[in-house]
Design a protein around this ligand. Structure first.
Ligand SMILES: Cc1cc2nc3c(=O)[nH]c(=O)nc-3n(C[C@H](O)[C@H](O)[C@H](O)COP(=O)(O)O)c2cc1C
Length: 151
C-alpha cells in the first residue's frame, strides 16, 4: 500500500500529524515525531505523552495522519485503524526494539507503541505545482526560507 515515495517521506521526515476524534466528537490533531514504517501496510509511533490520542483511539480507532516534506512541499495522507500496545505486553516488547534503536534517549519514556493498519494512502502536493513549478525549484525556495529563519 505504501509506495517508495510514501516510505521515503516517512523515513526522512518522521513527523506525522495524527488526527483522531474524541468520544464526544471533537477533532484532535497532535504531532508525533517518532514514526517508523513497519511494512507496506503498517506504520507506528511511540506514545510518550499523548494521553488524548490514546483515549481517542480506544474509543474510535480510525485515524488520519499527514506527513509533509517541508522542502519539496509534497507529502502523504494515510488513513487506517490504530491500536496501542501498552508497555509490559508481549506485543509492545516485540515492537519496542525498533524504537529503542532509533530513539534510545526517549526509550524509557515510551508508554505504548501505536500501530496503524493502513487502509488508504493519498498523495499531497502544494498548489504551486499545479502552475508548473518543479520540485527542484520548490526545494531551493524552501532551503532559502529556512536559511533566513536559521542562518
Ligand atoms: C515535533 C513534535 C514531535 C512530537 N512527537 C511526539 C511523539 O512521537 N510521541 C508523543 O507521545 N508525543 C509527541 N509530541 C508531543 C505531543 O504532540 C503533545 O504532548 C501533545 O499535546 C499530545 O496531545 P494528545 O494527547 O492530544 O495526543 C511531539 C510534539 C512535537 C511538537
Amino acid at each position: 500500500m505504501l509506495n517508495a515515495f510514501a516510505k521515503d517521506i516517512i523515513k526522512t521526515f518522521p513527523l506525522g500529524f495524527v488526527a483522531t476524534v474524541t468520544p464526544d466528537g471533537r477533532p484532535n490533531v497532535s504531532p508525533k515525531g517518532t514514526f517508523l514504517v513497519l511494512s507496506e501496510d503498517k506504520i507506528g509511533f511511540a506514545d510518550i505523552r499523548s494521553p488524548q490520542t490514546i483515549k481517542n483511539i480506544k474509543y474510535s480507532p480510525e485515524v488520519e495522519v499527514n506527513f509533509v516534506n517541508q522542502f519539496s512541499r509534497k507529502g502523504v495522507r494515510i488513513r487506517g485503524q490504530a491500536k496501542a500496545a501498552a508497555k509490559g505486553t508481549d506485543e509492545f516488547q516485540k515492537l519496542f526494539i525498533d524504537w529503542k534503536n532509533e530513539w534510545p534517549a526517549l526509550a524509557d519514556r515510551i508508554n505504548a507503541i501505536v500501530t496503524i493498519e493502513i487502509s488508504h494512502v493519498k498523495p499531497l502536493t502544494t498548489p504551486p505545482y499545479d502552475d508548473g513549478v518543479t520540485e527542484e525549484e520548490m526545494v531551493e525556495i524552501y532551503k532559502q526560507k529556512f536559511r533566513e529563519i536559521y542562518p
